[in-house]
Design a protein around this ligand. Structure first.
Ligand code: B12
Ligand code: SF4
Length: 504
């Protein structure tokens, strides 16, 4: 089958970073294993209109990934596909439709939602669709339903309607596929049972990067590094997280923590370095250091195999309570260049209230140890957690300055659907200030909710202040000016600086 996988265009300040979607790289790898012909259309880097690709290549099935900020863009992409041929099955997956499947199934341009981890579900679903001749049952899709203007899509209505005649059938066979949601013949949303998590992650294929035009992407952290040609790749060595922080979307997945064996991880690492020429590698794990022995084993293998000359960085925070000096020193020896820690707050009571299971002292010790062994550090901080006051926000800013990481990343709390903070806000008489999923990106300087002492004015003021006070210290300015990277990409650094420290 011809399988078109789409990463819908994001509305982030995308000059910050563009990287291939690892989710699609896995789904594409499964398609290849099935003997299909997968192709990725990445809306963030593609210049050809999606509709042209669909019209010329005629995919048998389309899969689209979406997090919350991308979901509307995913629906637009689905509508563009349907406008060319309404009978092509359109399947959505990723964090947002996994949490709110009914919302997407209700869209006329979406046929099926895959919830949660996608590989096994995709394999089975493709079997079913292939048997069914890959045409959507009733193709009841009409352009008007989608709520998009025809001019935007650039197609004539007749094109979409003509395809209806050729539609073949088969929703009944979907009943057997766990982990999907779709509408039945009566238009009722059906949620098939959840799919059990993949037990042995070593059975998964490696992410398939051959599906991406790698030269179109940036570095992993382009404001900090520039490798000419940016041969940057990502790897995920474990999935899920045993912690349940109240603001984190990861914490709501039924699938908890599972790991790949060090040997399997390093086999993929070898492939990235030796076959694909990786010049930097980003580790995307939600919490890489949950099992310290496993991290030590990975580091041993990287050193033994001589793979430690390629720098790697932690994209997500590792757990400060589990990051002892030995571990950090071993990571450094194995090629790790930079690590991040999720700090969130400088106030212990607030940390406890979000279920962080961390103490300020553990955080201090972890930053100290990381710096001592020569690792660069990133700290993630949140302004506006439920129950905060101006004083607790102040403590967070002061704590960031005390820890003094290379990068301090402050975000205003964004209550993603399904998280406990989202529920707290609804139940605690709070008010969401955003009703458009596209406004859920972090970088926009706008508060997302108000509740009690946490007003929008306070969050926005302290957020701007946090950036100004952290980065506008004389020592910090000097450090930025003396960093080679600052001068290698002046326009990007200047754009970022303006966006973050300009008064709100
Ligand atoms: C790397 C990363 C990024 C990178 C993205 C690089 C890229 N192109 O992928 C960057 C830094 C740019 C980024 C930005 C943001 N991110 Co981010 N990011 C991640 C992270 C750490 C890893 C993503 C990943 O590769 N996962 C591994 C793959 C294998 O998992 P997956 O993508 O979920 O795919 C699996 C399933 O979802 C499913 N699936 C996914 N797509 C599809 C499609 C089909 C057809 C099928 C069948 C199945 C399927 O199958 C896949 C394999 O099992 C996740 C955390 C996490 N654990 O996933 C957060 C995460 C996805 N990000 C999140 C957020 C909030 C954001 C931002 C909104 C933050 C911001 N700055 O404003 C932005 C939005 C970006 C955008 N594009 O609009 C949230 C999403 C919450 C939500 N409700 O959407 C997450 C879950 C973090 C969290 N714990 O809260 N992010
Ligand atoms: S430790 Fe990190 S990944 Fe795990 S639930 Fe907390 S914020 Fe999410």
């Amino acid at each position: 089958m011809r399988v078109l996988l789409i990463n819908p265009k994001s509305r982030l300040p995308i000059d910050v970073r563009t990287q291939p979607s690892l989710g699609l790289a896995y789904i594409g790898a499964v398609s290849r294993q099935r003997g299909d012909e997968p192709r990725v259309y990445d809306g963030d880097v593609e210049t050809i209109p999606l509709a042209d690709v669909v019209r010329e290549w005629r995919p048998h099935v389309v899969g689209i990934t979406a997090n919350t900020t991308q979901i509307k863009s995913a629906w637009r992409a689905a509508a563009e596909v349907k406008a060319v041929d309404a009978a092509i099955p359109v399947v959505l997956g990723g964090p947002h439709p996994s949490v709110l499947p009914a919302e997407s199934v209700a869209r006329p341009e979406v046929d099926i939602v895959v919830r949660g981890e996608g590989e096994e579900t995709w394999r089975e679903l493709c079997d079913v669709l292939q048997d069914a001749g890959c045409r959507v049952q009733d193709a009841g899709y009409r352009m008007q339903d989608a709520g998009y203007r025809m001019q935007d899509a650039g197609y004539r209505m007749q094109d979409a309607e003509q395809t209806h005649a050729s539609c073949i059938v088969h929703r009944a066979s979907l009943e057997k596929v766990c982990g999907i949601s779709y509408s039945d013949a009566a238009g009722q949303v059906v949620h098939n049972p959840d799919r059990p998590p993949i037990k042995d992650l070593d059975t998964l294929p490696f992410a398939d990067y051959s599906l991406f035009r790698m030269s179109a992407y940036t570095n992993l952290q382009p404001t900090l590094d520039t490798v000419d040609g940016a041969k940057s790749f990502s790897i995920m060595t474990s999935r899920g997280c045993p912690y349940r922080c109240s603001y984190c979307s990861q914490s709501i997945y039924p699938q908890r923590y599972r790991v790949r064996s060090p040997e399997h991880v390093v086999a993929e690492w070898r492939h990235l370095v030796r076959d694909l020429g990786a010049q930097e590698i980003g580790v995307l794990d939600d919490s890489f250091n949950i099992q310290r022995k496993r991290v030590h084993a990975i580091c041993d293998l990287l050193i033994a195999e001589g793979l430690n000359h390629v720098p790697w960085i932690m994209i997500n925070g590792i757990r400060a309570n589990l990051a002892d000096r030995d571990l950090l020193a071993h990571m450094k020896a194995a090629g790790c260049k930079r690590t991040a820690f999720g700090v969130e707050s400088g106030n212990q009571a607030i940390l406890d209230s979000i279920n962080k299971h961390l103490t300020l002292e553990q955080i201090r010790a972890a930053f100290r140890a990381a710096k001592e062994v020569g690792l660069e550090t990133i700290g993630f901080f949140i302004i506006g957690l439920p129950g905060e006051t101006e004083e607790t926000m102040e403590e967070t800013i002061r704590f960031a300055i005390e820890l003094d990481p290379l990068v301090a990343n402050f975000s205003m709390l964004t209550p993603f659907p399904g998280t406990r903070v989202h529920q707290q806000i609804q139940e605690g008489g709070g008010r969401l200030l955003v009703d458009d999923w596209e406004d859920y990106a972090f970088f926009e300087g706008k508060a997302r909710y108000e509740m009690g002492t946490v007003t929008a004015e306070l969050q926005e003021r302290k957020w701007h202040e946090a950036y100004r006070r952290f980065y506008m210290r004389p020592r910090r300015i000097l450090q930025t000016l003396t960093r080679r990277q600052t001068w290698r990409d002046v326009p990007r650094v200047a754009r970022m600086a303006l966006r973050l420290v300009a008064p709100g």
